[in-house]
Design a protein around this ligand. Structure first.
Ligand SMILES: O=C(O)c1ccccc1N[C@@H]1O[C@H](COP(=O)(O)O)[C@@H](O)[C@H]1O
Length: 195
């Protein structure tokens, strides 16, 4: 089970996610309580070993803004969250970063349909921590796709059983309050996602 821990903003929480065995770590560079500047993301990304994917998360920014932020931060993947058109992915293809498309269940759920490398199927309101009907997408996405939206240590096993994703992605569910990660919850999430 591939696991991404998203919305990190402190070095100790990056260390906790790496130590717990995360496959990917996300830095939110768009409007959010978890927002970090590209310069801060660069400091945090420098702490991440090469086997862990660093992901810059964006929503609604134009491709040029995303490109600059990705280059400044040095993240190895770019996640475009929400209603980004296919052209935004095409415009970023030459960036040389993995592309991640994050959408809700009403979108095209074929990984690769927008030339992306990874797909995330999320709740309608990203980063809200609200669980949704994970079972409704079972069998619909194709390719390498992660389930997100309202996951946490207590329900990730249930969500995986319901939707059968390739991976899982979490932000709110490993926090004590919006934007404040908890190392114990991060470790508990990894353990529960990979029983
Ligand atoms: O985490 C955010 O604040 C965020 C803001 C804008 C776009 C995406 C965001 N995060 C993504 O939301 C899901 C996790 O949601 P949850 O908090 O666990 O319910 C995940 O895909 C994050 O990358």
């Amino acid at each position: 089970m591939y696991v991404k821990i998203c919305g990190l903003s402190e070095p100790e929480h990056v260390a906790a996610a790496v130590e717990a065995g995360a496959d990917a770590i996300g830095f939110v560079m768009t409007r959010s309580p978890r927002r970090v500047t590209p310069e801060r993301a660069a400091e945090l990304a420098a702490l991440v070993p090469g086997h862990v994917l660093t992901v810059g998360v964006f929503r609604g920014e134009d491709p040029e803004t995303v490109r600059v932020a990705a280059l400044v931060s040095g993240v190895r993947a770019v996640q475009l969250h929400g209603k980004h058109p296919h052209g935004d992915f095409t415009a970023l293809k030459d960036l040389g970063r993995s592309l991640v498309r994050a959408v809700d269940a009403a979108a095209d759920l074929r990984c690769g349909a927008f030339d992306e490398d990874l797909l995330i199927v999320d709740a309608p309101h990203a980063g809200s921590g609200q669980p949704w009907d994970w079972a409704a997408v079972r069998g619909r996405p194709s390719g390498r796709w992660m389930l997100a939206g309202g996951l946490g240590p207590a329900n990730v096993a249930e969500a995986v059983a319901a939707a059968a994703p390739w991976g899982v992605d979490v932000s709110s569910g490993v926090e004590t309050s919006p934007g404040v990660k908890d190392p114990a919850l991060i470790a508990a999430f990894l353990a529960a996602a990979r029983p």
